[in-house]
Design a protein. Structure first.
Length: 406
């Protein structure tokens, strides 16, 4: 296998989580009777450009199907993050009714609805019908395609180049990251700005976030790698911001390579921090497997010990990261009774691989489990505010380490 960016031979395995189905491939009751497709879940690191990437097996159209079940609007904290972003970026760039915004992977319209409310023309690019339908119902215009040079050229030919192209948690999801990035350049006006927000590889390593690894994430991104990818596409990263979302994310600000805006000191400072952390040498990657194994083993021991003493265990949040953890640990219905999730699109279905049933949140109060594992640990505070275990149950997270929260 060759590196998706620089085409160097990939020789160094970063993490091997065995075999798993796609993390968002939730199952109907009928589908439980059929064979389930699994793929190797293995990461490599390129020791030339330092892009971390999955082994080539699953294709994008197998992962992002028409009934894709992830809806961004399910999380209130994420909606608030999107609202704050809209207000800040509109002010920073001076966006108005004469501007044009494109969001790549616009999902259910969670972000663009804020631009519409501010009177700023916009367009979502979203390949999954389920989320695009939801966006259109609230008035967000959607182009139902995967984004790349071909789609960007189509938009440019129609005179629809953007003053702002934004993409939250999409950059890691594209199989051809070079084509996607060149598409950003094609669809960007002169003087325009690119904002991409993605989980930061340095945080994944620092906080043992191996459960953020799944097939839908083709790449795991550092500023070191992104700067190289942008440069090849004749783009430039001129500023960055850090956020706590998804366990620690970067938001990059990009522009055409010849844009007169200066590159802010934040960019060089982050590149230096990443290098100091070890992202340009192999040892930090090669030591990570043992850390992931420890988290998995500690979690399994906890579940087994609680079951032995007769405790009931449920989980909250049928998130992709939860599916990675459960499938890597081999957890099934015998250890976790059910999972609750606020998304109607997931309720009544079953977790991929583990086949644990997904129920509405009110089932927690009805069934009163002794333990509730919060699988999307990044929104644990939000979950605890929303769900009160008044019968004496306790919340637990397994990542970055096993911890009782209440």
């Amino acid at each position: 296998m060759k590196c998706r960016h620089c085409q160097a031979e990939l020789e160094h395995v970063f993490l091997d989580l065995g075999y798993a189905p796609p993390s968002n491939a939730y199952l109907s009751k009928k589908a439980l009777q059929a064979p389930e497709t699994t793929f190797p879940l293995k990461l490599y690191v390129c020791n030339q450009c330092w892009l971390v990437q999955t082994e080539d097996y699953a294709q994008a159209d197998e992962l992002f199907s028409g009934d894709y079940a992830y809806f961004s609007s399910t999380s209130q904290s994420w909606l608030q993050h999107a609202s704050r972003y809209t207000e800040a970026i509109a002010k920073r760039l001076g966006l108005s009714k004469n501007s044009f915004v494109i969001e790549v992977a616009s999902n259910d319209g969670y972000l663009l609805k804020n631009f519409l409310a501010a009177g700023i023309p916009c367009l979502g690019v979203e390949p999954t019908d389920s989320t695009a339908d939801a966006a259109e119902k609230i008035g967000v215009p959607v182009l139902r395609e995967f984004f790349g040079v071909a789609t960007a050229t189509k938009l440019a030919d129609l005179g629809k180049c953007a003053d702002l192209i934004c993409g939250n948690n999409v950059y890691a999801h594209v199989p051809d990251i070079n084509d996607f990035t060149k598409g950003l350049r094609v669809a960007l006006k002169e003087g325009g700005t690119i904002n991409l927000e993605f989980p930061h590889l340095m945080r994944l390593l620092e906080k043992n976030q191996f459960d953020t690894v799944y097939h839908e994430h083709f790449s795991y991104l550092s500023l070191i790698a992104v700067s190289s990818i942008f440069a090849q596409a004749k783009l430039r990263v001129f500023d960055i911001e850090e956020f706590p979302t998804h366990g620690g994310s970067l938001r990059i600000y990009g522009c055409h390579e010849n844009d007169p805006r200066v590159t802010e000191s934040s960019v060089m400072e982050m590149l230096e921090r990443e290098a100091k952390f070890g992202l340009k040498s192999l040892p930090v990657y090669q030591s990570f497997q043992k850390k992931a194994d420890k988290v998995k083993n500690d979690f399994l021991v906890f579940l087994i010990e609680q079951k032995r003493v007769g405790k009931s265990i449920a989980a909250y949040g049928a998130a992709a990261k939860g599916n990675t953890l459960m499938n890597y640990a081999g957890i099934k219905h015998d250890l976790i009774d059910f999972v609750c999730d606020a998304a109607p699109s997931k309720q009544g279905k079953f977790m991929p691989g583990s086949h644990i049933p997904i129920l509405p949140p009110e089932e927690l109060t009805k069934r009163k489990p002794d333990w509730v594992i919060i699988l999307p640990w990044n929104i644990a505070d939000e979950v605890i505010r929303q769900q009160t275990l008044s019968w004496g149950g306790k919340f637990v997270i397994a990542v970055p380490e096993l911890k009782v929260l209440s």
